[in-house]
Design a protein around this ligand. Structure first.
Ligand code: AHR
Length: 516
């Protein structure tokens, strides 16, 4: 095992652009994501939002946390829930809206109480689209394929995007506003290949046929919308689906992945804060890369290498035990994993330009709420670190030599060998005078020394480090100590083109440099 950790960043080497849509997010009518998350149903001891009156019902702290995260795209209202969602229940005056059973998530024999609360639809279409505008996120709506119709989906496009001369455009003007919302992204079904999904399709041919009926009626209302079809890890499904739909009717093939996924074995109630789980998670990011490559092969096999179709990884996240979908909390280990996967997305955004963390609030959530305040989990901090402090040009070929470790199988993560202890990505701004270098030290106990060499970039003496770290990888922010873990900013003096850095054990370290 080498004891030396050497990284060379050559700023003149090849670059590729990073699509900002890899920093996207997702909300669903599931657990406490919307009910008592995005929307405060029960009384809380914190102020409600006083800005746009359309968002009266949101908490101010939730609104600010979401806005500060700056998700590029926000997907709603499911997930599995989208295949039972009737959007017309969620428009008009608040007191006229229908309360409905959450039939995707309320089987009391199978699911814990609180998984699928009744939905009062107070946070409906106009509230969601207003929120997106207020936080400058692009909305992405998943239509109801499972229990809905192509007409219902087309009406939804008309409500959002068409003029007031149309039936639903006029309704929008009556309820909310004249100008169309111009929603660009529309998904047709969610995980429809799965027995758990309402509208389950065993055969991709059948899904493709019905998908086309949806797509054609929706594009009749607005020919400019981008359409998303459900893909997964089955190549036969992906290729047959895409061949049957054809290049003209699809823009993105969607895929999902959660790690370590223990709930299939119904194991335990608590997060397994164990070194074995830690090492497996730290070794698992390349599996995301493999999944993207494999899906990309399916796309080009079906449609040719000049296809315009790309991958949308529209659900990814950490899911330990089933009840995490109600509310959960996440520790530093989960934040490190988030950073490792985001580094992969940065490398692959040409094939996969969109990735949506699943989910935003409470349910598998980056943000956790309680009646007195918020917990911004290390996942939130990692997502924020990337959005605020990395640039949009990736320096492709870094030379990284570092120590390695082996990890054992855990949940759905297989064992791995020779996993590098350090992952590193370097990004640069368009003028090429600002450099941001992200390091993740995956070592459970040891600080690691890195010899960093910069080629073709002479940095000014003063730089900045932003660090995500804590004493233990199993540390959490909690109600008692909300800011135990935060992003720490430190000045670095004497930056040079050859410098030595000490990366604390289990940490993310981001070095920001300006050109001299
Ligand atoms: O995010 C929770 C659920 O996970 C989504 O509803 C579904 O798409 C996935 O299986």
């Amino acid at each position: 095992m080498s004891r030396e950790n050497n990284i060379v960043v050559d700023v003149e080497s090849k670059k590729k652009s990073i699509n900002p849509m890899i920093y996207s997010n997702f909300i669903e009518h599931l657990g406490e994501c919307i009910h008592n998350g995005i929307w405060a149903y029960d009384p809380v001891n914190v102020p409600l939002f006083k800005g746009n009156p359309k968002l009266k019902g949101m908490r101010e702290d939730v609104f600010n946390a979401v806005k500060n995260l700056k998700p590029t795209v926000l997907r709603a209202f499911g997930g599995c829930y989208s295949d039972v969602y009737h959007w017309k229940d969620a428009i008009g005056s608040r007191d006229s809206r229908k309360t409905v059973k959450n039939i995707a998530w309320n089987d009391p024999n199978l699911l814990p109480e609180g998984t699928g609360p009744d939905i009062e639809n107070q946070f409906g279409i106009d509230e969601f689209l207003t929120l997106c505008e207020e936080i400058s996120a692009k909305p992405y709506l998943n239509v109801n394929y499972g229990t809905g119709t192509p007409e219902e989906a087309a009406d939804w496009v008309e409500y959002c995007n068409c003029s007031t001369n149309t039936k639903y455009g006029a309704l929008r003007a009556k309820y909310r506003r004249k100008e169309p919302y111009n929603v660009q992204f529309w998904g047709i079904a969610n995980e429809i290949y799965g027995f758990w999904e309402r509208g389950y399709e065993k055969k991709p041919e059948n899904y493709a046929k019905k998908y086309l009926e949806f797509a054609k009626q929706m594009r009749e209302k607005d020919p400019t919308i981008k359409l998303f079809a459900c893909g997964w890890e089955n190549s036969k499904w992906n290729q047959t689906l895409l061949k049957n739909i054809g290049e003209d009717w699809v823009d993105y093939l969607t895929i999902h992945r959660y790690f370590p996924n223990l709930f299939a074995k119904a194991s335990g109630e608590k997060h397994p804060d164990k070194p074995k789980c830690y090492h497996a998670l730290m070794a698992s990011a390349p599996l995301i890369e493999q999944y993207i490559n494999h899906t990309w092969e399916d796309i080009i096999t079906a449609l040719g290498k000049n296809t315009h179709v790309r991958i949308a990884f529209d659900e990814w996240g950490v899911w330990y035990v089933f009840k995490d979908v109600i509310k959960s909390n996440y520790n530093l280990q989960d934040g490190l994993w988030t950073a490792l996967v985001l580094m992969n997305f940065q490398k692959m955004s040409d094939k996969c330009p969109m990735a949506n963390w699943s989910q935003l609030v409470n349910c598998l959530g980056a943000i956790q709420t309680d009646p007195d305040g918020l917990i911004l989990t290390p996942i939130y901090l990692a997502l924020k670190l990337f959005k605020d402090h990395t640039y949009y040009n990736l320096i492709e070929d870094l030379d990284i030599k570092c120590e390695t470790f082996d990890s054992r199988r855990y949940g759905r993560i297989p064992k791995s060998e020779n996993v590098p202890y350090i992952d590193c990505n370097a990004t640069i701004n368009d003028k090429e005078d600002k450099l941001s270098i992200m390091f993740v030290n995956k070592h459970f106990t040891n600080n690691l020394i890195v010899n960093l060499e910069l080629k073709s970039f002479n940095p000014s003496e003063q730089g900045e480090i932003i660090e995500l770290n804590s004493e233990s990888p199993f540390d959490y922010n909690t109600i008692e100590n909300r800011n135990k873990i935060k992003l720490k900013h430190k000045k670095v003096e004497e930056c040079k083109s050859k410098m030595t850095l000490e990366l604390p054990a289990h940490s993310v370290v981001l070095l920001k440099l300006n050109k001299k």
